[in-house]
Design a binder for this molecule. Structure first.
Ligand code: NAD
Ligand code: UGA
Length: 455
């Protein structure tokens, strides 16, 4: 069991909140304070609801909040009072200046480094939880330690949780990665962090490396995962052209234990706040080191994903006689994946934007992500939000499935069909529906990586 420790986390988002809740639960002797500059977000963390939908998280938060887990906006107080400080702030893609649309925007990061340096009254262990470019820890140590009377040991401990399964990922991680220096203070800091994690993670799953390796591993892991999705999506286009079936190919390819079955589900394309951002970050790092061929290699993962999303929406327009203007289209699902309310970089955004530009009237339905989708689309005309899929599909010409919510596999497609304008189209961006049944009901069915079934 970890000894008594005072831990703070700066950034109460999708990573900071769940990660610290699990640490608080598994290390009851530690006091964990999560701070954020966003007052509204902190208020919600302190209320009966949570700032976002994450299955199982409420149970954990409810058992520890107010006991050894606290949420607050007092960032400086947290810096002063805690010895171990995780930083889990957002690190979006830069949208200005050098590296625009590619490099990570480290402005929040640098602000925090200077803030820690200015207010700290004792030595600290600083832990990178955010995903960052290689060598950020080194830069941070320079900012923190130059001319300071205290010592700041900066380590990398990237997070691998996926939204929708965050609780499980945190409770039973495939690995915990800790990157640190091999100096005496580096080793001491690393041991402190290992002590926390070993309260519930088997020691053999705690991997220790040098700091640069840990920072790079996080970017590379996301690139490898995204690469698998882009690879199977590339294959889906070949399947559509040749009559092969992508689900059959994926199953047979993934049965090779050297390849493995996970992340081989063809789709409308990957989304989420990290894959695109982190690969762009990796591409930018490659360019900085003049590794242009490597940059192009990784960049193509993103190009393939954009192509897949475009291909999907082009197919909708082309199949509906090259015009969707004035026609009602029902979008089922707008979250970037099931079991989350997050729409950041969701394929739903690019598909919706294109359909709206084509003057379609869009009706969007999603079990959890409607509020975020409304905010993301802003004040667009020709968009309605309707919770009930059966109401949403009323008088629509087409249904477009974007998110793999389980409920969409078991909808009454006959009931949906009966309410729609004929011919009725079904574009399944997640290969969820029973194609044959839907075709027999009367739909023209378009799946990913399969021959369309058209009447
Ligand atoms: P998020 O936007 O949900 O949360 C970040 C929080 O940091 C926000 O609430 C913001 O107000 C706060 N913040 C920003 N600047 C601050 C400052 N100066 N002081 C205090 N608070 C500040 O982001 P997220 O999804 O939790 O991601 C955080 C990091 O973790 C990113 O680097 C991301 O790449 C990485 N990551 C995310 C996931 C994921 O599933 N979302 C998984 C693994 C890693
Ligand atoms: C991903 C990684 O899986 C996490 O390990 C990582 O910590 C996180 O990014 C991060 O750094 O933020 P996340 O983006 O939450 O997690 O979700 P994933 O389950 O990876 O899905 C990403 C996208 O790929 C989704 O749009 C999903 O629908 C799509 N996907 C995934 C497919 O289209 N096919 C698949 O086979 C798998």
């Amino acid at each position: 069991m970890a000894s008594q420790k005072k831990i703070a986390c700066i950034g109460a988002g999708y990573v900071g909140g769940p990660t610290m809740a699990v640490i608080a639960q598994k290390c009851p002797q530690c006091t964990v304070t999560v701070v954020d500059i966003n007052q509204k977000r902190i208020n919600v963390w302190n209320s009966d609801t949570l700032p976002f939908y994450e299955p199982g998280l409420d149970d954990i938060v409810n058992t520890v909040r107010g006991k050894n887990l606290f949420f607050s906006t007092e960032v400086e107080k947290a810096i002063i009072e805690n010895d171990i400080i995780f930083i889990a702030v957002n690190t979006p893609t830069k949208d200005y200046g050098v590296g625009k649309n590619m490099a990570a925007d480290l402005q929040h990061w640098e602000t925090i480094a200077r803030q820690i340096r200015n207010v700290a009254r004792s030595n600290k262990i600083i832990i990178e939880k955010s995903t960052l470019p290689v060598k950020t820890a080194e830069a941070m140590e320079i900012i923190l330690n130059t001319g300071s009377q205290f010592h700041f040991e900066v380590m990398s401990n990237p997070e691998f949780l996926a939204e929708g399964t965050a609780v499980n990922n945190l409770l039973s991680p495939d690995r915990v990665l800790i990157g640190s220096r091999e100096t005496e203070s580096g080793q001491k800091a690393r041991n402190e962090l290992v002590e926390i994690y070993k309260s519930w993670v088997p020691l053999e799953k705690i991997i220790t490396t040098n700091t640069f390796s840990a920072e790079l591993t996080k970017l590379v892991s996301n690139a490898f995962l995204a690469q698998r999705v882009s690879s199977i999506n590339a294959v889906s286009a070949i399947c559509e052209a040749t009559g092969a079936d992508v689900d059959e190919v994926s199953k047979a390819v993934g049965a090779d234990s050297r390849i493995g079955a996970k992340f081989l589900k063809a789709s409308v394309g990957f989304g989420g706040s990290c894959f695109r951002k982190d690969i762009l970050n990796l591409v930018y790092i490659c360019r900085m080191y003049h590794l242009h061929e490597i940059a192009t290699y990784f960049e193509n993962i993103i190009n393939m994903n954009s192509f897949q999303q475009q291909r999907f929406v082009d197919n909708i327009v082309q199949s509906m006689f090259n015009t969707v203007a004035g026609r009602k289209i029902c979008m089922l699902g707008c979250a970037f994946k099931a079991c989350t309310d997050d729409v950041r970089d969701s394929p739903a955004l690019s598909v919706a934007t294109t359909l709206i530009a084509e003057k379609a009237n869009l009706v969007i339905s999603d079990p959890k992500a409607m509020t975020n989708m409304k905010a993301a689309l802003g004040d667009l005309k020709n968009v309605e939000f309707i919770d009930d899929p059966y109401q949403a599909a009323k008088k629509c010409h087409a249904i477009v499935i974007i998110t793999e919510w389980d409920v969409y596999a078991t909808l009454d497609y006959k009931k949906l069909f009966d309410r729609m304008v004929k011919p009725a189209y079904l574009f399944d961006g997640r290969n969820m529906v029973n194609r044959k049944t839907c075709y027999d009901i009367g739909f023209n069915v378009y799946s990913i990586g399969k021959e369309p079934l058209i009447h």
